[in-house]
Ligand binder design. Structure first.
Ligand SMILES: [Fe+2]
Ligand SMILES: [Fe+2]
Length: 316
């Protein structure tokens, strides 16, 4: 079924529940089975080399190449793949090992898809040093997983804008939609895995776990804030900013955040309803929305993006 993916084989038994585990569903064997099965059963088998890339006209290729993401995306996917694959190989619990190894395989597939895409459309990507294996794969996965929780939330909204505004050809958007959905599966898995680990941690060690989690999360938030500032001040992004201005000009911060929330809910809706969803970023955004002005600028993003698309069609 997985084609190039081969599930690891482990003889080690499933660890028994911690003696201090309270017996709630989170942290139970049933919880573990649910989030691992939910992940493995929704895997889509395909090979990057079988993708048939659509032809783009000059404007489509220019828009794609002007996206200010390629260096970061290619490097990050390669690093993430190695981190997750390292943990998948080290994990001794068979159900967790299968799911984490599969996630590592999917991250490697993302890296390969980006490599093929940038080659196909002649997008220059800076060389980067080969990624290093993490010294602590478990906490490296916590860190990258929560980084993905932040990235994916906003990427879901941006992707919806890309589709509705027709800024990119539909064929290309259709090709990347399943990859966005894979990221939804990844973040659902990681928050359940962390909740499971926490619930299995004996009470005496729980403060240590929580402290390390907060430290790791803080590191991700700091890194994302630094990247956002760098992006905001980067002259190299000028081509993208100018090209995308007509699409984003009427999109208020409120509309964009509401769209991200709606897309986040939609992409996570179809999975096992018992599994907790990522809450941190949606909760922070809901809080921010309470302080953002409403009114005309706060209309639903879907309307504004549709307006931008229809204006574009009228003027074509
Ligand atoms: Fe990825
Ligand atoms: Fe991912």
């Amino acid at each position: 079924m997985f084609e190039t993916y081969t599930a690891p084989v482990h003889d080690a038994p499933t660890p028994s529940a911690s003696r201090t585990h309270r017996g709630g569903w989170i942290g139970s064997d049933e919880h573990k089975r649910a989030f691992c099965r939910s992940f493995v059963d929704t895997h889509r088998p395909f090979r990057p080399e079988d993708i048939s890339w659509p032809d783009l006209d000059d404007e489509g290729r220019r828009r794609l190449a002007a996206l200010p993401i390629w260096n970061e995306a290619v490097r990050t996917e390669a690093e993430t793949a190695l981190k997750v694959q390292t943990l998948g190989a080290a994990e001794t619990d068979p159900a967790l090992a299968e799911a984490i190894a599969l996630q590592g395989y999917e991250e490697g597939r993302h890296a390969e898809i980006l490599r093929l895409l940038t080659a196909r459309y002649g997008i220059a990507v800076d060389a980067f040093p080969p990624p290093q294996r993490p010294r602590n794969p478990r906490w490296a996965f916590v860190s990258t997983g929560y980084g993905e929780c932040i990235d994916s939330f906003f990427a879901f909204g941006l992707f919806a804008i890309g589709r509705r505004s027709q800024y990119f050809p539909a064929a290309l958007i259709d090709l990347f939609d399943p990859i966005m959905q894979e990221e939804a599966r990844h973040i659902l898995f990681v928050v359940n895995w962390v909740a499971y680990l926490r619930a299995r941690t004996p009470w005496a060690f729980r403060p240590g776990f929580d402290g390390r989690f907060v430290w790791t999360l803080g590191g991700q938030l700091f890194e994302h804030a630094r990247n956002a500032l760098r992006f905001g001040g980067g002259a190299s992004q000028e081509g993208f900013m100018m090209g995308s201005h007509s699409v984003f000009e009427e999109l208020s911060a409120r509309s964009f955040l509401e769209l991200c929330l709606a897309e986040n809910d939609r992409r996570l809706a179809s999975y096992d309803a018992r599994l907790p969803r990522p809450r941190l970023v949606p909760a922070a955004v809901r809080l921010a929305l309470r302080f953002l002005p409403s009114g005309d600028n706060g209309r639903a993003a879907t309307v504004e993006v549709s307006d931008a698309a229809s204006r574009k069609r009228r003027s074509a």
